[in-house]
Each structure stands twice: as structure tokens, then as C-alpha cells.
Design a protein. Structure first.
Length: 169
């Protein structure tokens, strides 16, 4: 039986696969850090923690292909293309099949905000939004609306408020 890849090994492999795109690397590393933090503070199980962290690392795996194929990294394109890429990326990872299936599902739904299907999905959505709000310079109105509409975890909500509350005033 093959040894399971660690999250750090997935990070290294994802950086190698990024083709040196520093924006993409910085983005997924920030989402990973927020997802890890939210998940730990929310007290998810060790299995959910690994699943969330792996999905956060891989969530934008389709961006390079989407830029090339569609000229856009629109979320729906990422979800469409991301599942197959994630499946291929995780082949031979030694991760349990159930975990791989869930990671693939999360990558394929990381822009789908309704319905939210599980704490892992919720945390990935929140972590990605925290990073996108900064990188895309979202307005105070967008942040306030998203807080009400999307954020459900105590930790994610606290992070959003800590990071953007002054922008809302």
C-alpha cells in the first residue's frame, strides 16, 4: 500500500504544476492558510481537516486551463474543468478513495454557494472569499452582503470582521 501524500507534499506538487504563476501560488497558499485556520478553530475531525486543506490547495487547479481554453477564470469554468484535473492530480496520492471523491467534489463546487453541503464546503467558500475580497478589492457593500448571505462559521465571520470591518464604516 502506497504511503499517503501529506498536505505539504500536495502543496509542493501544486506549486510545481503551477508553471511558475506566482499569483496562482500566492492565492492558493492564502486560501489554504485561511481554510486550515477556520477548520482548526471550528474543531472539525482530523479527516475533515485533511480534506479541507487538500481541497483548499487544489481549489483553483483549473485556472491555467480556463485561461487558455476560455480566456477567463470564471468560477463555473473552474468547477467544470477542475474535477477531472483534480482526479488526475490525486491519482497515486495514496489518499483514501472517499477523501479523494470529496476533494474532487469540493473543487467542483467551490463557487457554488447554494446549497452549501457540509462544513468542509462552508469553510472552503469562506476561505476563498476572504482572499478574493482582498485580491479583487471588493466593496464594503459586497463584503457586508456576503457576510449575511454566506458566512456561517464563527471563525470565518470573526476573520471577515477583523479584516474588513473598517472598510464597512
Amino acid at each position: 500500500m502506497k504511503k499517503e501524500m501529506t498536505i505539504s507534499e500536495l502543496v509542493v506538487k501544486m506549486i510545481e504544476a503551477s508553471g511558475g504563476n506566482l499569483h496562482d501560488i500566492r492565492h492558493f497558499m492564502k486560501v489554504y492558510a485561511f481554510a486550515k485556520t477556520i477548520a482548526e478553530c471550528e474543531g472539525v475531525s482530523p479527516n475533515e481537516q485533511r480534506t479541507i486543506e487538500a481541497a483548499a490547495v487544489l481549489h483553483d487547479i483549473a485556472c491555467p486551463l480556463c485561461r487558455e481554453k476560455y480566456g477567463s477564470t470564471n468560477g463555473k469554468y473552474q468547477e467544470l474543468e477542475g474535477t477531472g484535473l483534480t482526479e488526475a492530480f490525486l491519482e497515486g496520492s495514496g489518499l483514501p478513495e472517499e477523501m479523494i471523491s470529496r476533494i474532487i467534489w469540493l473543487v467542483g463546487h467551490h463557487h457554488t454557494i447554494a446549497p452549501v453541503e457540509g462544513i468542509d464546503h462552508q469553510i472552503l467558500l469562506e476561505a476563498d472569499y476572504l482572499v478574493n475580497a482582498d485580491e479583487s478589492g471588493y466593496s464594503a457593500e459586497n463584503i457586508l452582503n456576503t457576510e449575511k448571505k454566506l458566512f456561517r462559521t464563527r471563525t470565518g465571520t470573526a476573520l471577515l470582521k477583523s479584516m474588513y470591518e473598517s472598510k464597512e464604516k
